[in-house]
Ligand binder design. Structure first.
Ligand SMILES: [Zn+2]
Length: 285
C-alpha cells in the first residue's frame, strides 16, 4: 500500500512541485540511537536540548525514532516547507503556511516539533515567532533554501557541498530574526535526502539530523482517510511521524491530525516532542 503512494509522490515531486519532504521510507546509513537509559519525560530545558553523540569520525548523528521499550510515546513532526525561489508564488496567493493546522494542534494540546525553512520564517515571521514562543512546540532547522543536500532528491534543486553549512546557518539566522528564541540543534534534510558527504560537511555544528520511521504520506495527498490510516498503521512506541505544515502541498494534514490524535490517545499513546525521544535515547535525562 505504501509503495504506490510513494511512487505517486515521487512522480509529483519529479514534475517540479519542489515542496515537501516527499518522504520515503528509511534512507540507509542512519546511526542508531544509543541504548535507552531513562524514561521519556517532560521537555528538556530549551537551553540544553539533548543531542546524539557524533557518529564514527565525527559524522553528524542521525536520529530516526525513540526507544521502543519505554512506553507508548509518539512524536509528530511538521515540515514548514518553502523553497527559496517560491516567493513569487507566495506573493500570488499560494499558502505555504497552515494556521488552521497549528490551531488544531493547540486545541488538541498536542506537542509537536516543527522543522522550519529559513525562507518560511522570512515569509511568515509572525507565525514563526508565535511557534517559537509557544511551549507546546519546538522549532528546528529544515535548511534555508529547501534545496537538496544530495545529488538526486525528488527533483529538488541541489545545493553544493560548499554551501551546505552556510545554508543551515542562514536558516538559524532567519529563524532568530523572525523571533524564534531557541531554535533547536536538530536538522531535517530537505526531502530527507542525505549521504556521508552531507553528514561530514555538517559535522562540528553540533547538530542531530532527524529523520523518521513513519511516513504519513500527506505530501500532495487528497484523501485524508488514506493518510490517517497510513499513520495509524505505522505508529509504534517511540515513532517519529513526518507530516507537513504547508497548506498548498499538504491540504489534508489538519483533517488527518484531528482524526489521528484521538485515535492514538485511545490506543494509549502520549504525544511528545522529538527532544523528548532524543533525550530518552541518549540517556541525557
Ligand atoms: Zn521539506
Amino acid at each position: 500500500m505504501v509503495i504506490p503512494r510513494l511512487r505517486h509522490i515521487t512522480t509529483v515531486c519529479a514534475l517540479g512541485a519542489a515542496l515537501a519532504a516527499c518522504g520515503t521510507a528509511d534512507p540507509a546509513g542512519g546511526a542508531r540511537p544509543a541504548p535507552a537509559k531513562s524514561p521519556v519525560s517532560a521537555s528538556p530545558s530549551a537551553s540544553h536540548p539533548p543531542v546524539l553523540a557524533p557518529g564514527p569520525g565525527g559524522l553528524t548523528p542521525v536520529f530516526e525514532h525513540g526507544p521502543r521499550s519505554l512506553g507508548k510515546t509518539v512524536a509528530l513532526t511538521f515540515d514548514a516547507d518553502m523553497t527559496s525561489d517560491e516567493g513569487p508564488r507566495a506573493a500570488a496567493g499560494e499558502h505555504f503556511d497552515n494556521p488552521d493546522l497549528i490551531g488544531a494542534l493547540r486545541a488538541l494540546k498536542v506537542p509537536a516539533t516543527i522543522f522550519m525553512t529559513g525562507r518560511w520564517a522570512d515569509e511568515y515571521p509572525t507565525e514563526a515567532r508565535s511557534l517559537g514562543h509557544d511551549p507546546l512546540f519546538e522549532v528546528a532547522n529544515h535548511s534555508y533554501s529547501h534545496y537538496a543536500f544530495t545529488d538526486d532528491c525528488y527533483g529538488l534543486p541541489t545545493i553544493g557541498a560548499g554551501n551546505m553549512r552556510t545554508d543551515v546557518e542562514r536558516a538559524y539566522a532567519s529563524l532568530h530574526q523572525a523571533g524564534v528564541p531557541h531554535a533547536l540543534p536538530y536538522f531535517r534534510f530537505p526531502g530527507g535526502c542525505y549521504d556521508k558527504r552531507a553528514l561530514r560537511t555538517l559535522s562540528g555544528l553540533g547538530l542531530t539530523a532527524v529523520q523518521w520511521d513513519v511516513v504519513s504520506g500527506d505530501a500532495f495527498a487528497t484523501d485524508a482517510d488514506a493518510v490517517t490510516q497510513q499513520v495509524l498503521d505505522g505508529v509504534k512506541p517511540g515513532s517519529v511521524v513526518i507530516m507537513h505544515c504547508t497548506l498548498s502541498a499538504a491540504p489534508t494534514t489538519e483533517q488527518v491530525v484531528r482524526a489521528v490524535v484521538p485515535e492514538l490517545r485511545r490506543r494509549g499513546y502520549r504525544f511528545v516532542k522529538v527532544s523528548d525521544l532524543i533525550g530518552a535515547s541518549s540517556g541525557h535525562r
